[in-house]
Design a protein around this ligand. Structure first.
Ligand SMILES: [Zn+2]
Length: 329
């Protein structure tokens, strides 16, 4: 599994690990101070242990009788540790009370053992990526498993599957999209009225891909256009610049709610440049819109319509608002 999360995710996790290490050190200091209060010998043992360790390094470096000196230092160190253990027991402390205690003993909270990424670090990255995703779309529980096709009811359009069957087909296509992700620059466009689960499905795809280590960005169309407008007119904050960069760089870009914004010439060319740029780089997109697909050519322009029609799989949902069915359940 490759891990392709954004720099920000890595930074957040590295900061957290650094804090973990600092906390381990300060916890030990507190324990040492506490023990020294009860018996000054605790502090003396720590001092002697560290002198023995630096004496050992000196002996090895000087080379004279290095072997004998090292052996003596090792014995002294063992004796001191034994004395400390006995003293700890005497005062009712656990044996390892004065040791550095890490959250993960395997990597000592470094995140890596040598060049190998520790499983604790991998897990922390994954959690951070889900957390960050959930800040932009508040659907932490939107998974394929929680997508309930039994909620789909209503009229069946002529020569079409009924709403429930249609939702099952769409769900299968979404699972297939995840399964094949990375092998081709496959793109999806969800169409259908509000309340038909479009955001649920795109979030479910996002959560699955984040678990596989992919970098997923979710933005509403309105936010994307205002970010690009800020860039265009030189008023972008650092945060806006970063978010704009990510629109092009991420593995999957989800553009939610296309067509609800006020369409201007600027919006049309911004949309074209994002879609075209990602298509050229073989990077996947998911768009969701309340518009029927044909309306896109009227609202935007022919160039955008032809890119979408030629490169996106259209997944249309229909039927009654599932939020009502959910309420009545
Ligand atoms: Zn670890």
């Amino acid at each position: 599994m490759s891990i392709r999360y954004s720099k920000q995710i890595f930074k957040n996790v590295n900061d957290a690990f650094e804090q973990r290490r600092a906390e381990a050190v300060s916890r030990r200091s507190a324990h040492r101070a506490e023990a020294a209060q009860k018996n000054a010998r605790f502090a003396a043992i720590e001092r002697e242990l560290s002198q023995t360790a630096s004496g050992l390094i000196g002996a090895v470096a000087s080379g004279d009788n290095a072997k004998a000196a090292a052996e003596a230092a090792r014995e002294k160190s063992l004796a001191l540790q034994k004395e400390r253990r006995a003293l700890l027991l005497e005062y009712g402390y656990p044996e390892d009370y004065l040791d550095l205690k890490y959250t993960c003993e395997k990597c000592k909270d470094a995140g890596f053992t040598g060049s190998e990424m520790c499983s604790c670090y991998r897990r922390a990255l994954n959690e951070e990526a889900h957390k960050t995703f959930n800040l932009s779309v508040h659907m932490p529980n939107a998974t394929f498993e929680t997508f309930d096709t039994s909620l789909y009811t209503g009229e069946t359009p002529p020569n079409m599957p009924n709403p429930r069957e249609r939702s099952e087909l769409v769900l299968n296509a979404c699972r297939k999209f995840v399964h094949n992700f990375g092998k081709s620059g496959w793109n999806l466009i969800f169409t259908g009225k509000n309340g038909l689960g479009k955001t649920h499905l795109s979030s479910a795809i996002a959560h699955s891909l984040i678990d596989e280590g992919y970098d997923v960005v979710y933005e509403t169309a309105g936010v994307i256009f205002s970010l690009m407008e800020d860039m265009r007119f030189g008023r972008a904050t650092e945060e806006a610049e970063y978010r704009t960069e990510r629109l092009n760089e991420c593995d999957l870009l989800i553009i939610d709610d296309l067509g609800s914004e006020f369409t201007t010439q600027f919006v049309r060319s911004a949309l074209f440049s994002i879609i075209n740029g990602r298509l050229m780089n073989n990077k996947s997109m998911i768009i969701s819109t309340n518009l029927p697909i044909e309306a896109i050519s009227e609202l935007y322009d022919e160039r955008i319509y032809s890119r979408i029609a030629g490169n996106f799989t259209v997944l249309e949902l229909y039927g009654e608002d599932i939020r009502l069915a959910l309420k009545n359940k």
